[in-house]
Design a protein around this ligand. Structure first.
Ligand code: AMP
Ligand code: ZN
Ligand code: FE
Length: 288
């Protein structure tokens, strides 16, 4: 690593709702001066092999995923995202849960499209599914259909309250967050709560839940993220400190689906080293 290593632990690829393919993502990571990059697609490990095959010299790849979870402690249940690093991609229970969630995403996507079509909005589910090109389908793919139809001009607008953010937002069958933390640990992986205070995305969970998750194996919290205000970042850091959790920072770069750039937020090497140390050796960091 160079004198000031740069680590970005949260970009997805076209294996879910990013716009760079896994190979393009690792090349872009090297070009933007990163020393360590993760690949964290929603509910899939399909991008791991192509990212690994294209890994440029000098870049380290942390294979991971971002799991769609839900906390059932409130009604309606609160959706949240759990980053999982260096887990065994063949762990049967986790594999089954991810497949189930991917199927639930399709089912929800189709229902959102039906809602839109019912009010005369001309979007096509087969076209949206084709846009996901075999990757995990998500609202960003539906957002592209709204853009193509000329109804909104940006993905951000498509996530506004009049569209996919509220009016045409439907829940999906996610993984119970306690189960997700246990499954990731059982698969030798390291779970980190993604953007835990991102209130601009919707409801957030109480700190008490985070403490309960820490007690069963949560390893860390993502603090530096564009969806956190400076006060929210400080809150997450203080909470992590109190609970003995590690702290990450990441771009959550989604290519042209978002404006944030790769490496816009980064993780300190110490936190990365803790992640590597806690991983149970099933999936190693790969070095190009
Ligand atoms: P889904 O996983 O289908 O519920 O869609 C959520 C995904 O859309 C997450 O990966 C977010 O990163 C992304 N997303 C959420 N809000 C926005 C936004 N305002 N603009 C672009 N992407 C967003
Ligand atoms: Zn995403
Ligand atoms: Fe997320």
């Amino acid at each position: 690593m160079s004198a000031a290593p740069r680590l970005d632990l949260h970009p997805p690829s076209t294996a879910s709702d990013g716009t760079l393919g896994p190979a393009e993502l690792v090349r872009a990571a090297a070009e933007s001066g990163l020393d360590v990059v993760a690949i964290t697609d929603h509910d899939t490990t399909a991008g791991w092999a192509p990212a690994l095959a294209a890994l440029p010299a000098g870049l380290s790849l942390v294979r991971g995923a971002e799991l769609s979870c839900r906390w059932y402690g409130e009604e309606p249940p609160v959706p949240l995202h759990l980053l999982a690093y260096l887990f065994d991609p063949d762990a049967p229970e986790l594999v089954a849960e991810l497949a189930r969630v991917r199927a639930a995403r399709k089912e929800r996507g189709e229902r959102i499209v039906a809602l839109l079509r019912a009010v005369g909005i001309d979007v096509s589910w087969p076209e949206i599914l084709a846009g996901a090109a075999g990757g995990t389908v998500g609202r960003p793919h539906i957002a592209q259909a709204l853009i193509r139809a000329g109804l909104v001009t940006t993905t951000t607008e498509a996530f506004g309250p009049d569209w996919l953010g509220e009016r045409y937002r439907l829940p999906k069958e996610d993984i119970d967050v306690f189960r997700a933390v246990r499954l990731v640990r059982a698969a030798g992986g390291v779970p980190v709560f993604a953007h835990p205070r991102a209130s601009r995305r919707g409801r957030i969970v109480p700190d008490e839940l985070i403490a309960d998750l820490a007690a069963i194996g949560l390893a860390g919290l993502e603090a530096d993220h564009e969806d956190h205000s400076p006060a929210e970042r400080a809150h997450v850091r203080a909470l992590a400190d109190e609970l003995g959790l590690l702290v990450t920072g990441s771009s959550d770069f989604h290519g042209t689906h978002k404006t944030v750039r790769l490496g816009a937020f980064t993780t300190e090497p110490e936190a990365y080293e803790r992640i590597v140390a806690e991983a149970r050796g099933v999936t190693e960091v790969a070095s190009g």
